[in-house]
Design a protein around this ligand. Structure first.
Ligand code: ATP
Ligand code: MG
Length: 770
């Protein structure tokens, strides 16, 4: 076969080239962030195709996300200068396994049209089993069992393979329930996510002929982000590769961040044992980040023990130091980042103009996104949330908001429907139907219908008692809203408490529950910026409206976990505070495992940045109306000072102090709580000894001590009072033309010609007088 030109090889360094050209036999590429692992892997696919070693459908290549799979396919096409038709086996483990399982479903007792349950379905099913077994579901919640079963599946343990050491799990009933659950799934012709891989693994293990068929078929196997594979995935790959041994895995032990989901970084170490004679390629040149960014990242990850250890260098120009800035609180952090992004996008930051698409905010916990989303909507900064719902679209937030809506207007039937049986009140479909029928026949709202139904004794038993409690509570909340007395924040807390909604998540023992509670706290925090619940609900309605606005350039907001493998010219890393990042859980744990995984996450975060990396922290976060002071993250102390520039927070925001202000100008109580400790930490930390930091402290000390802004009533933007007045004709992108009926601060009451009366923030409308 005549060798075809392979110009794409010229773009590689010698080590990458070796990894690409070593087409036969096992290859392990073990290298730090940004060294071109993914690029080499992609080029390898192109090379396999170009040299005729394999057809597109004979290459199995596993990526971590669907997005990564799409990008990889595109890149292969670009390398070859043509679109690549049909690479059916390029995708995530899940996507690949669905296809395999559909072909061979009967081998594990399923039909090929099986359904895939999502987490909610899975939990509902487990709940049924638990109840049927007469187990107290309150003490032994279905979510806990679901977590346990996932954990076992990640380790490739089918019910018969769960080891005896797990026998005490879930009150000694775990294995048994797992078995029932699998039987039930089979009867339903259904699988859960974990089953996708596990069933295929079982098929491979029990049917040699099927395995042999795929061992021949997949002539080449490639795996990206190998450090985050779990045991089941590892065994699956090993079986497939055992024949020809043409497997190429790339990974970075320093970026292993899914240990909590069963990933085993040890898989990297086992590779050479399982595939003796493997070509091990190490890459050391980083092509992504400037020396300062790389230096900062290396400084942090150096603190981890038991690393394989890698040196990284870069030829890129020195660039900016990593920027570090402290803020008074989370809201101010969001303001500052918003302004910084605008300045960078406008080219007024003294550096090159950075497009919105080139910027990302990477958070540790998804509840951190709320402050940014609110702020960006307020100033009209386009953003997208990647890898999950936006804050106000999350299930627990929608539930909580439905309660608030009922408090403001008890006639809101959609809200009533959403929460009438959330948390569970024994008001199933039948009871709800009765309420509907009553409401419809009397032409009243569901809440009133419920009241009538109770009067008529149309509902009895536990459901009736609970329903009475609910409708009475709604009436009480509504009275409170109408009286307009007292704090709406306290009212919101009362609502969440009296409805049983907070307790519902507190009693929930699953891994997601703490996150949902955090989000609820965050929701209450969001209320602080509004005068009342109505104002807040309007704000959110506006937010949701602007959702689908346009497809232009946007800033990305995502979690650190979701940012793996990606890169951006400018990256913001907010919330670097002990307890948030590293997470409280990892700090409470005995041993270093959790903390080290957090540190790897910090490494992943910093190494996403190409040119500008900005780390920030807030001195205070308000949680349920209480100030909680926070200490800068211990990872900040680990940043080598020569790679860091401490920025001075601007005093622009009517009392905006720097983080040092926490010690210097916070309330006496807060000083007591955190001040001394901060000073101690400050004295020992190289960052705090930098000239910039001392300047910052000096500035804050000069500022008169003021009250913490407990009653800060900064509705949107104190300065953004509307310039419109009654009678003005205006235009809104979404609602069209309208006439201003009233002005309240920066909000306008507008009668729109097509969409009726609405309150909108003045920023979103333009004068349409002419
Ligand atoms: P991560 O560990 O974060 O997944 P990675 O090792 O997969 O990183 P890539 O994403 O493949 O790194 O590459 C990082 C950047 O460096 C990309 O922009 C890529 O195009 C560029 N790059 C990789 N190799 C080279 C090279 N030999 N010459 C020039 N640029 C390169
Ligand atoms: Mg990569």
């Amino acid at each position: 076969m005549a060798a075809r030109p392979a110009p794409y090889l010229d773009d590689l360094n010698p080590a990458q080239r070796r990894a690409v050209e070593a087409l036969d036999g096992p290859v392990l590429m073990l290298a730090g962030a940004g060294t071109g692992k993914t690029k080499a892997l992609t080029t390898r696919i192109a090379h396999l195709l170009n040299t005729g070693r394999a057809r597109p459908n004979e290459i199995l290549s596993v990526t971590f996300t669907n997005k990564a799979a799409r990008e990889m396919k595109e890149r292969v096409g670009r390398l070859l200068g043509q679109t690549v038709e049909g690479m059916p086996w390029l995708g995530t483990f899940h996507a690949i396994c669905v296809k395999l399982l559909r072909r061979h479903a009967e081998l594990v007792g399923l039909k090929s049209n099986f359904t895939i349950l999502d987490t909610d379905d899975q939990i509902r099913l487990l709940k049924q089993l638990i109840v049927a077994e007469n187990i107290d579901e309150k003490r032994w919640p279905a979510r806990q069992l679901s977590g346990l079963i996932d954990h076992w599946k990640n380790r490739a343990w089918t019910p018969d393979k769960v080891p005896a050491s797990e026998a005490s799990a879930f009150n000694h009933r775990g294995t048994e329930l797992y078995d029932y659950y699998q039987q039930r799934l089979k009867a339903l012709n259904a699988v859960d996510f974990g089953d996708l891989l596990l069933h295929v693994l079982t098929i491979f293990q029990e049917h040699e002929d099927v395995l042999a068929q795929y061992q021949r078929w997949f002539r080449y196997i490639l795996v990206d982000e190998y450090q985050d594979t779990n045991v089941a995935q590892y065994l699956w790959l090993r079986l497939l590769a055992q024949g020809h041994r043409n497997i190429c895995c790339v990974g970075d032990d320093d970026q292993s961040i899914y240990g909590w989901r069963g990933a085993e970084v040890g898989n990297i170490l086992r590779f050479e044992k399982d595939f003796p004679g493997a070509e091990v390629v190490r890459l050391e040149q980083n092509y992504r980040s400037t020396p300062h960014i790389l230096g900062a990242a290396s400084g942090v990850i150096d603190a981890n023990q038991g690393r394989l250890g890698k040196e990284l260098f870069t030829d890129l120009p020195e660039g900016e130091k990593v920027r570090l800035i402290g803020h008074w609180d989370g809201e101010e952090e969001a303001r500052w980042i918003g302004e910084e992004i605008e300045a960078m996008a406008g080219g007024t930051r003294g550096m090159r103009r950075v497009g919105l698409d080139e910027m990302a905010i990477l958070v540790r916990a998804s509840h951190q996104m709320r402050a940014f989303e609110d702020r960006f909507l307020t100033i009209g900064l386009p953003y997208r949330v990647i890898g999950g719902p936006r804050f106000y679209e999350r299930m627990e937030i929608r539930d909580a908001m439905a309660y608030f809506r009922l408090a403001v207007s008890p006639d809101d039937d959609l809200a009533f429907e959403r929460v009438v049986n959330t948390p569970k009140r024994g008001l199933g479909d039948k009871a709800q139907q009765k309420i509907q029928v009553m409401a419809r026949s009397q032409g009243v709202s569901l809440a009133d219908g419920a009241r009538l139904l109770l009067q008529d004794k149309g509902l009895t038993g536990k459901g009736a008692t609970e329903l009475r409690i609910l409708v009475d509570a709604i009436a009480r909340w509504n009275d409170a809203v109408r009286a307009g007395e007292g704090s709406h924040i306290e009212l919101a807390e009362t609502i969440l408490e009296e409805s049983g909604y907070t307790a519902h998540w507190q009693n929930d023992k699953t891994p997601e529950a703490p996150g949902r509670l955090e989000n609820l706290k965050e929701l209450v925090k969001a209320l602080e910026q509004f005068e009342n619940l109505q104002g807040f609900l309007e704000h959110v309605a506006l937010i949701m409206d602007r959702d689908s606005d346009d497809d232009g350039a946007k800033v990305s907001i995502m979690t650190l976990h979701g940012a793996k493998g990606l890169e951006f010219p400018a990256v913001f890393l907010p919330g670097w505070e002990d307890g948030l990042f590293p997470s409280q859980r990892s700090m409470d744990e005995s041993g270093l495992k959790g903390l080290e995984e957090e540190r790897r996450l910090a490494y992943v975060g910093i190494t996403r940045a190409e040119e500008i990396c900005t780390i920030s922290f807030a001195a205070n976060r308000r949680v349920f109306g209480q100030w909680q002071s926070a200490l800068p993250s211990r990872f900040i102390d680990e940043l080598p000072s020569r790679h860091v520039e401490v920025l001075t927070p601007p005093g622009l925001y009517g009392g905006g102090y720097g983080a040092a202000g926490m010690a210097a100008s916070a309330s006496p109580k807060m000083q007591q709580e955190a001040g001394s400790d901060l000073h101690e930490r400050a004295a020992s930390s190289n960052v705090y000894n930098s000239p910039g930091w001392r300047r910052l402290q000096a500035r804050s000390a000069e500022r008169p001590v003021s009250q913490p802004r407990e009653n800060r009533n900064m509705v949107i933007d104190a300065t953004a009072v509307s310039s419109f007045s009654e009678g003005d004709r205006v235009f809104h992108r979404k609602f069209g033309y309208g006439e201003v009926q009233g002005v309240e601060g920066d909000k306008l009451d507008i009668a729109f010609e097509k969409s009726g009366n609405k309150k909108v923030v003045a920023k979103f409308v333009v004068d349409a007088a002419n």
